[in-house]
Write a new protein. Structure first.
Length: 81
């Protein structure tokens, strides 16, 4: 259980542009990224939920195509395209 938080941190750092230490950059062994792969679906769900939440919120203010572009833009910005 002690290894859960660093694995999640590694997954977030590897899949997004959030400035966290990544095993490939910080000199940690590649096995730590292998353990982080279990968290990849959760990180993808968080990225998708944030984009979807923005789309839902923005669709109340602007037309749906504009809201969709904003949501897509957020997800592209979070992942570094």
């Amino acid at each position: 259980m002690k290894r859960v938080a660093p694995s999640l941190q590694d997954a977030l750092a590897f899949l997004t542009v959030i400035p966290l230490s990544c095993p490939l950059v910080s000199g940690r062994p590649a096995e730590s990224l292998g353990r982080a792969m279990a968290w990849f679906p959760l990180v993808g769900a968080l990225v998708g939920a944030s984009g979807g939440g923005l789309i839902l919120w923005a669709s109340n203010l602007w037309p749906h195509p504009v809201a969709a572009l904003l949501g897509l833009g957020l997800m592209v910005a979070m992942t570094g395209a």
